[in-house]
Design a protein. Structure first.
Length: 402
């Protein structure tokens, strides 16, 4: 009996060891530490198995304790949506070496929720009600840099990266003021204290408000203690509603808008050319390129957008790329196609004739606006005559006249 019990325990221990050895390790898709490539780019293809995705989520939720509450719910989602969450957590668990970092983990709204917590709660809901929005979000991550991806994710959570940055800059002003008052002798001590205080401010908004109010009172040079305390108390109340420290989020975003899903889905083929048009180029030290990208993509989220119009836009863009090797797919061009009342047959005919029309204009030394030609021109190229001896000479019908 003893041997039987002992033998079973040995077998169980051996099986446990085998299972532990078989346990998948986290697999990360991006280089999210240090310097990173900026601008439009094609991310590595996601070849992870569902088990590897789960292992990655487990590892990242251990590093970001605030999202542990979502772990079991995340595991009930389909693998594609779990992969998106793994990518999102991977990006959240980094801090860009830029003047415009986006902290999705520590930044808190007045209700204590962080960007990543709000975003994951929206992802869980969208997985059932608005899967097209998650498909669009994944496509943005796959075709843009980390800064642009995190900007979009933060906006989709309902937060403003611009307000978040302004708030952190204000934290830095107060922290540096405190460091100066402390009389540090070395830059290293000064910087360590400053960063420590900023982190404390991020963890506790009340601490920041109190420090900011003291800073404001000191700058006023108030000498009377009671006046000093009254001023601080008044200032804290004023700061709670001030845009300078405002850090709340909007409740409803496009992730909560299922009716927008089909337009987001139709816009996915245009993410790459829009990214190439808006986020490539020198770093500006601001969110200007990210704002341009998101505003341009939002042009597609329009009830006038149809597959036929977007197909014509894609044909136009391809044609321009072939002739000019690059083409700015800007909001004006997108709007022109989505809002046009020009018949689709005419649009397609003009797009087909575009190379010939450009060549003719160049030979005649004339300036040429391709978009105006596409939208408004009719029969720029004269059709070949058809000879009918019984009725005389007659122009052959164009595609539009048939």
């Amino acid at each position: 009996m003893f041997n039987k019990i002992f033998g079973n325990r040995v077998q169980q221990a051996a099986q446990t060891a085998i299972n532990a050895a078989k346990k998948e390790k986290p697999v990360y898709r991006f280089n999210t530490s240090g310097w990173q490539q900026m601008g439009a780019q094609t991310r590595p293809q996601d070849t992870r198995t569902p088990a590897q995705i789960d292992a990655t989520i487990d590892a990242l939720t251990e590093k970001i304790p605030a999202v542990k509450e979502f772990r079991e719910q995340i595991k009930t989602l389909n693998p594609k949506h779990r992969a998106l969450i793994a990518d999102t957590l991977e990006m959240a668990d980094t801090y860009e070496f830029l003047m415009t970092p986006i902290d999705m983990v520590r930044h808190k709204a007045s209700d204590g929720k962080t960007v990543i917590q709000v975003l994951l709660s929206k992802f869980l809901k969208a997985s059932k009600e608005n899967p097209e929005a998650l498909k669009f979000t994944q496509a943005v991550i796959n075709n843009t840099d980390t800064q642009t991806s995190k900007y979009l994710l933060t906006r989709f959570a309902g937060f403003s990266p611009e307000s978040m940055l302004a708030r952190r800059e204000n934290m830095g002003i107060v922290a540096r003021y405190e460091a100066n008052m402390s009389g540090f002798k070395t830059i290293e001590e000064f910087n360590q204290y400053t960063e420590k205080r900023i982190k404390q401010f991020e963890e506790d908004s009340n601490t920041f408000l109190d420090a900011l109010a003291h800073y404001a009172a000191d700058s006023k040079g108030i000498k009377n203690y009671q006046e000093y305390r009254n001023y601080i108390s008044k200032t804290i109340n004023e700061l709670k509603d001030s845009t300078m420290i405002k850090n709340d989020y909007v409740e409803k975003t496009i992730l909560d808008t299922p009716e927008a899903g089909k337009y987001m889905d139709m816009s996915i083929p245009f993410i790459k050319p829009v990214a190439e048009s808006t986020i490539n180029g020198m770093y500006t030290g601001s969110y200007k390129r990210q704002i341009d990208f998101l505003k341009t993509m939002e042009e597609f989220f329009n009830t006038d957008a149809t597959p036929e119009k977007l197909s014509a836009l894609a044909s136009y863009n391809d044609s321009m790329n072939k002739m000019y090797r690059s083409n700015k797919l800007e909001s004006g061009i997108i709007n022109a196609f989505i809002e046009t009342e020009t018949p689709m047959a005419q649009l397609r005919y003009n797009i087909a004739q575009l190379p010939q029309a450009i060549k003719a204009a160049q030979e005649q030394g004339q300036s040429f606006n391709p978009l105006s030609y596409i939208m408004y021109n009719v029969n720029f190229v004269k059709p070949q005559p058809k000879i009918d001896l019984s009725k005389g000479i007659k122009y052959a019908p164009t595609e539009l006249q048939k």
